[in-house]
Write a protein that binds this ligand. Structure first.
Ligand code: M6R
Length: 609
């Protein structure tokens, strides 16, 4: 994710303190490293940066002592380059005349970096933020004009990003937006720009949203917007933000849960990018390949990701992975563990006590411990041999949404790589073959899923309001999503909802069905025929059948409500269906007047047995 904030004022002041404050408000966007750069009236640049979270780094590096007229703070979520000081942002150009930082991804970073090295640039790390600075520097050295240099650099830099830079000779900040968020704040004798509104609001409520393909120039008393295409000036009036800080932190959404659901397309893209460029991912896959047996362990939502992960590993790599709850893992398999076993521990927080207990058991028996974790620096990152970050930023809402999605995407990615390694056939290179859409189509497919399912999810949620008991049924790959949909629903509506394998319904639970009784069927395209049998068991008893599936005429004729997913094929379908069950749960909670972000009796992180 990453976060950037830049500020420019008329005279030197305690800039460090302002940058710490802004950085704290952006801290959810990255905590691998933090850096601050200030430029004083005498043109000196003070750059301090280190690995870690904002609180620790700002204290260690004494950001509070930094003074100047303009400054930049950046919070990094590592993608290009390991979390190391040389890769922490902001970055200097070769001669130390410019300093800049970005968020997002420069997808041609590797090629550009090599070109800069060949041209004799002083390239200090592997990070793509540094590439942005050299890209501007290269053109500035020829044309001597910052806006022109940024426009030309824009043509060189592929990917989605926002970028801020300053030259020590001018009391101006320059920022550009392409794909990532960028907001400008216009105060009294001070202007600023940021990835996100909450870091701007303590300074000013006069704001301006920069659009893709625009360069913004900021000086203490004003701003100018320029088109990246031809450099022409763009006229746009600033707006006054009237909402409160809490609303701003929710990015305009009424709840964090909805905001986090909507973040999923972007985060999926960032995760795939991270995995494509990770040096740890291939090591992780190799460890999976060597393991015998292989376990996937997690609690709650993370356990459901483990279940789907086991399906993917079976289907794509022909390997058995045993999904287990931590205590079940210990009690049922603990005695059979040896040095050849590997266990992937999956956790958003990395602090769940049940999971950490199971790590101890696995460690004691010499098994390899791997991690999939969102919170970098959490306990799980320290006790595993290797971990991969889920790269979702802070998940504030108690119900896990975006972290589940990136867990299952990561499992699919790893299973595919494992399959490529063992059988020579993977999903990633396969464009639209029998397995369906390519993995890298996910960000667009997820955005389309939100669009397509949101109205139907709200309508269905209203119908569920009258019921305090219901079922979610899935078959094969969608069974974990039925469990996840049911968990989400009970977690934030307080109604009872059970997720089961659809073919099991007739073995007992079917007796609950009576007129109007809601049963939701989630099916991947290849399983529709089988699912129609299970649907009919409910509809012939006048139950309410709700389908979550790709458009299918046969299914449509048999159900009462239909949440249509975009066509994506067998393997991506469960990932898209996740969005639909999240939206149904969200609207079902709000329809009952429950705040989904903070359900009663629960806590985001469970550090007790
Ligand atoms: O942080 P973890 O992933 O280890 O947390 C595990 C569960 O407590 C968590 O997934 C819980 O089930 C969610 N709040 C459900 O939405």
């Amino acid at each position: 994710m990453c976060g950037i904030f830049g500020i420019v004022a008329n005279e030197d002041f305690d800039l460090g303190k302002a940058l710490i404050e802004a950085g704290k408000r952006l801290s959810y966007r990255g905590y691998d490293s933090v850096g601050c750069a200030t430029v004083a009236a005498d043109r000196t640049i003070d750059l301090r940066k280190d690995v870690g979270q904002i609180n620790a780094v700002s204290e260690r590096m004494r950001f509070d002592e930094m003074r100047g007229r303009r400054g930049i703070v950046q919070l990094r979520w590592a993608t290009f380059g390991t979390p190391a000081t040389r890769n922490a942002q902001p970055h200097l150009d070769c001669d130390g005349d410019m300093v800049g930082a970005h968020n997002g991804n420069i997808v041609n970073n590797v090629e550009l970096r090599e070109a800069f090295i060949a041209e004799g640039h002083t390239v200090r790390g592997e990070n793509d933020g540094e590439t942005c600075v050299h890209a501007v520097e290269r053109h500035f050295d020829r044309c001597g004009d910052m806006v022109e240099a940024i426009r030309l650099a824009y043509a060189d830099l592929n990917g989605d990003y926002a970028f801020v830079i300053t030259h020590r000779d001018e009391n101006r900040l320059y920022a550009i937006k392409k794909g990532s968020g960028l907001v400008v704040g216009l105060g009294d004798g001070v202007t600023c720009c940021s990835s996100d509104l909450p870091s701007i609001l303590p300074i000013t409520r006069r704001t301006l949203r920069v659009r893709d393909g625009e360069v913004v120039v900021l000086w203490p008393e004003g701003f100018e917007l320029r088109s990246v295409t031809d450099g022409s000036v763009i006229a746009r009036e600033p707006e006054v933000y009237h909402g409160g800080m809490a609303a701003a932190e929710k990015g305009g959404y009424p709840h964090f849960m909805l905001k986090e659901i909507h973040e999923q397309p972007q985060l999926a893209g960032e995760l795939l990018h991270l995995l494509d460029n990770s040096t740890d991912a291939p090591k992780f896959v190799e460890m999976l390949r060597q393991s015998d047996p292989l376990f996937f362990v997690g609690c709650g939502t993370s356990y459901h990701a483990c279940l789907l992960g086991a399906y993917y590993v079976n289907k794509l790599a022909g390997k058995v992975a045993v999904p287990a709850l931590p205590q079940q893992f210990t009690e049922q398999y603990g005695n059979c563990l040896g040095k050849a076993a590997s266990v992937v521990f999956v956790s958003q927080s990395g602090e769940t006590k049940d999971v950490l207990n199971a790590v101890k058991v696995a460690r004691a028996r010499g098994a390899t411990c791997l991690g999939m974790v969102n919170v970098i620096g959490s306990s799980l990152t320290h006790v595993t041999d290797l971990h991969l970050p889920l790269a979702c930023g802070y998940e504030i809402s108690v119900p896990a949404t975006k972290t589940f999605l990136n867990q299952v995407i990561m499992f699919l990615y790893l299973a595919d790589r494992l399959g490529t390694m063992t059988a020579g056939a993977g999903l990633v290179p396969a464009q639209g073959d029998h397995k369906g859409a390519p993995l890298h189509a996910l960000p667009d497919l997820l955005a389309r899923t939100i669009e397509l399912t949101a109205p139907a999810a709200e309508r269905v949620a209203a119908r569920l309001k009258a019921w305090d008991d219901m079922y979610y049924l899935g078959y094969g790959l969608t069974h974990p999503i039925a469990l996840e949909g049911a968990l989400k629903l009970k977690e934030i509506t307080y109604a009872h909802c059970e997720g089961i394998f659809s073919s099991e319904f007739k073995h007992g639970p079917l007796s609950a069905v009576r007129p109007g009784y809601p049963v939701t069927f989630i099916t991947a395209p290849d399983d529709v025929e089988m699912m129609i049998n299970h649907v009919n068991e409910v509809t012939c008893r006048e139950g309410l059948a709700i389908a979550i599936a790709e458009e299918d005429e046969r299914l449509r004729k048999n159900v009462n409500e239909y949440l249509v997913l975009p066509p994506a094929g067998q393997l991506l379908n469960p990932i898209l269906a996740t969005v639909a069950v999240q939206l149904v749960a969200y609207h079902a909670a709000t329809a009952r007047g429950i705040d989904p972000d903070f359900p009663r009796n629960l806590s985001k992180t469970l550090t007790v047995d």
